[in-house]
Design a protein around this ligand. Sequence first.
Ligand SMILES: NC(=O)c1ccc[n+]([C@@H]2O[C@H](COP(=O)([O-])OP(=O)(O)OC[C@H]3O[C@@H](n4cnc5c(N)ncnc54)[C@H](O)[C@@H]3O)[C@@H](O)[C@H]2O)c1
Length: 345
Amino acid sequence: MTSLFRIRERSKFRAVIVGAGAIAHDHARVLRLDTRAELAGIADIDYKKAQSLASDSGAAAYTDYKTMVSELQPDIAIITLPHYLHKTAAIDCTERGCHVLMEKPMALNTDECVEMNITADKHGVYLAVGQLQHHYAANRKVKAIIASGQLGKLVSIFERRHHPYFLPQRPDWFLDKAKSGGGVVINLGSHCIDKLQWIGGSPITKVMAHLTYYGTRGNVEGGGSLLMQTAVGVSAMISLCGYNNVTVNETEFIGTEGQLELVGSHSLWIAGEDRTYTQVDLGETVDVFEAQWSAFLDDIERGGPTDNSGEYGQSVCAVIDAIYRSDATGTEQDVISVPSPVPIV
Ligand SMILES: NC(=O)c1ccc[n+]([C@@H]2O[C@H](COP(=O)([O-])OP(=O)(O)OC[C@H]3O[C@@H](n4cnc5c(N)ncnc54)[C@H](O)[C@@H]3O)[C@@H](O)[C@H]2O)c1
């Protein structure tokens, strides 16, 4: 990485946001309070959205993000666009010298991720993906307990992520496969895949998937059963459901000498020798967007390596590709890791 700041005299990172939709509000909120960075601009093709978020933040509003980047010369671009625009926007921003924080999933597929990573490398900037799961106190605790050996050897993980997906308030692009890349798998599933890989400390290498398409809008999958295996032989089963059912977010980690039950992102239970559950104290809760942003700035300052890198984001997309291939062919699929096995920090 050649420089942290685009303009040497700057003492704070100058950041912009590309896309002023739902999730952009979380990024803007964090930036307003940050002491290491300032939010200089927000771009959205819908000028009213850009202007409304910008005026809350003391930033400038644009409709064209390329104009914004060339006028403001930011050090960092946060990309919060529909999935089909991730690759182009990331490449446009990295080519213009910005470090980039992408919203998940990194892109529509692995090939797009490879192009993005190559471009960022070529221009000496840092490309990261917002893997929010790494910042929940409960997830961090699970990772630490498993790494400590307290559960013995981790053998399997069961995850249920059920959330009504086809509600009227969801923007249309999410339900259009060409624009989103898919439904519950690429959107909710990208969180699950990240969580399992990162907590278990090992990439998913094999996938058998069966998806269902009974959504009331669009042409994306609404449910799926995924059977997976990691490089160290842990098996994982994920149930995804976007139909009109009760919301569930639960993960069970089974070891040879104990187990953990994670309910939502804030409640964790452990069972050991006595085979009864006790609640685990998680300490202070954190604002995960604040933690993600702070870690991103640390990574830029340190020059990596990191668990939020573009290479890691690519590994999540490689699993998603394998899921869609498995469902289409009815066969187990290897996860194709390009160009090399993924570092999981
Ligand atoms: N980390 C999380 O938990 C989380 C939660 C929600 C969404 N997301 C991700 O965030 C991203 C955005 O999702 P969202 O829910 O905010 O979507 P959204 O539809 O609310 O926002 C997207 C915005 O992009 C704008 N836009 C479209 N084309 C544009 C262009 N060419 N230039 C500038 N602006 C353009 C739209 O007008 C819209 O305001 C997606 O990748 C999504 O998966 C992540």
